[in-house]
Design a protein around this ligand. Structure first.
Ligand code: FES
Length: 265
């Protein structure tokens, strides 16, 4: 983990209210695992803002020796609006990489990815990392969902990697008008994958976890949780364990990626 200033390399519009940022670090960035996140502080003495967590959505340079990282920002408030307004050459203070990411065991061949809305950020990183490791893209199937077509981020990138992509929207403006979990469940039944990795809204993750548990498929979920410190100090990101006798977990240090059967969703 490092704390250093990052320079904004680029800021590209992504959908209606999202941007995609490239951040470079003069001393490089530690090797990171898909699902890990950074805490970013912007603002200055006149307008100090708390650090905010952002999932790493990609690596700049070599995966084994990153020069920088990519972040996707969805504007939901003051801090994210300020992040989305950053211009190339500006700097931000970054701590990371933090937390535990996706763990794809050796021997996993067929993997299904499920991404809802901005939850696509760590799934994009995972897909790119698997492609860089030589995982056969035809064995990966992405289920990408959103409220409307505007929420379907990075679809072309997954298709370029050679993955099968199934799109769903709540309003029917693109793909099938249904929940992402409908085609996911049908696909698991038709062609059982070795594991499912998911990130998205809580309701979606709960549904994915229910399906995979019922069909006995290993599943890892990346939680989108409010975090104040990102370091295990504030205890504000508590996650209830599945075992009634278990201790509470914390998304920032024990996650944000968990085996679905470990936690109560
Ligand atoms: Fe503070 Fe997790 S964000 S303990």
């Amino acid at each position: 983990m490092i704390q250093q200033q990052a320079t904004i390399l680029w800021n590209r519009a992504l959908g209606l209210d999202c941007v995609h940022l490239g951040l470079s670090f003069a001393q490089g960035f530690p090797v990171s695992v898909p699902g890990q996140f950074v805490m970013v502080r912007i603002g200055d003495a006149a307008m100090p803002l708390l650090r905010r967590p952002f999932s790493i959505s990609g690596i700049l340079g070599d995966f084994r020796q990153p020069d920088g990282i990519e972040l996707m920002i969805k504007v939901v408030g003051k801090a994210t609006r300020a992040m989305a307004g950053l211009r190339s050459g500006q700097t931000v203070d970054v701590v990371g990489p933090l937390g535990h990411g996706f763990r794809v065991p050796d021997g996993v061949v067929r993997i299904y990815l499920a991404a809802g809305g901005i939850g696509v950020a760590p799934i994009r990183f995972l897909a790119k990392e698997m492609a860089a490791r030589g995982v056969e893209p035809l064995n990966c199937h992405l289920f990408l969902g959103g409220r409307s077509r505007h929420d379907l981020l990075c679809r072309g990138e997954f298709e370029k990697l050679g993955m099968e992509v199934t799109v769903t929207t709540d309003d029917g403006s693109d793909g099938r008008q249904c929940l992402l979990t409908d085609p996911l469940e049908a696909a698991i039944i038709a062609q059982r994958p070795d594991m499912v990795c998911a990130c998205g809204p809580h309701g979606m993750l709960a549904c994915v976890a229910g399906i995979t548990e019922r069909l006995a498929v290993p599943c890892q979920v990346s939680l989108e949780t409010l975090m104040a410190c990102g370091l295990g100090a504030c205890l504000g990101c508590a996650v209830a364990p599945r075992r009634p006798s278990g201790d509470y977990l914390h998304a920032c240090v024990n996650g944000p990626v968990f085996n679905a059967e470990e936690i109560t969703l």
